[in-house]
Design a protein. Structure first.
Length: 185
């Protein structure tokens, strides 16, 4: 089970509009090359990035000034954590932040232009260790376990189901860690 970031506009011309962010890294701004394009005179072409690290979401300003960017009414100039119930102001619109559970069905279907780190299931598919159907079965099992109060990671559930060995899990985690380090360091 993955956590998607949900931005629901509560002010401005966008009021009521909802944006769901599932990629590990998404850019927002006025340029067409962004993952989420917002038409607002107060925003820069590449205004912010939204980043997911583990189960936490962060907003990272990309503009040299923090104009048009606030979290809970306070201007921000550096990476800041987003929590459910936070009010994120981008330009002239304020968004209510929420998290939503999503099944990792998108694994293996990276969005165009995604510069983020793939989810763990993607590494198993790339290496031919798991099929897409097996990844979905693991994600569904993970979802059922979570509803029952167990918080097991995707790799642990796949291992417990007998789909992967410990060495295959370690290999995939090492690949993911390497991609993460290449992307962020």
């Amino acid at each position: 089970m993955a956590k998607a970031l949900v931005l629901r506009a509560i002010t401005g011309t966008q009021a009521g509009k909802r944006h769901v962010v599932t990629a590990r890294v998404s850019s927002i701004g006025t340029a067409a090359s962004n993952d989420l394009v917002l038409h607002d005179r107060l925003l820069n072409p590449r205004h912010i990035e939204l980043r997911q690290v583990l189960e936490r979401w962060f907003v990272v300003p990309l503009a040299s000034n923090s104009q048009g960017l606030a979290l809970n009414g306070m201007p921000i100039s550096g990476q800041s954590r987003l929590n459910p119930g936070d009010a994120l102001t981008l330009g002239s619109v304020t968004y209510m932040v929420d998290l939503e559970d999503v099944i990792e069905q998108e694994v293996g279907q990276a969005p165009a232009g995604n510069n983020g780190v793939p989810r763990l299931g993607e590494y198993f598919i790339r290496r031919g260790i798991l099929s897409r159907e097996q990844v979905i079965a693991v994600a569904e099992r993970q979802s059922r376990l979570q509803r029952d109060g167990s918080r097991l990671q995707f790799g642990q559930v796949a291992y417990d189901m007998g789909f992967i060995t410990r060495s295959q899990l370690d290999m995939a985690l090492a690949d993911q860690r390497s991609d993460f380090n290449d992307r962020f360091y």
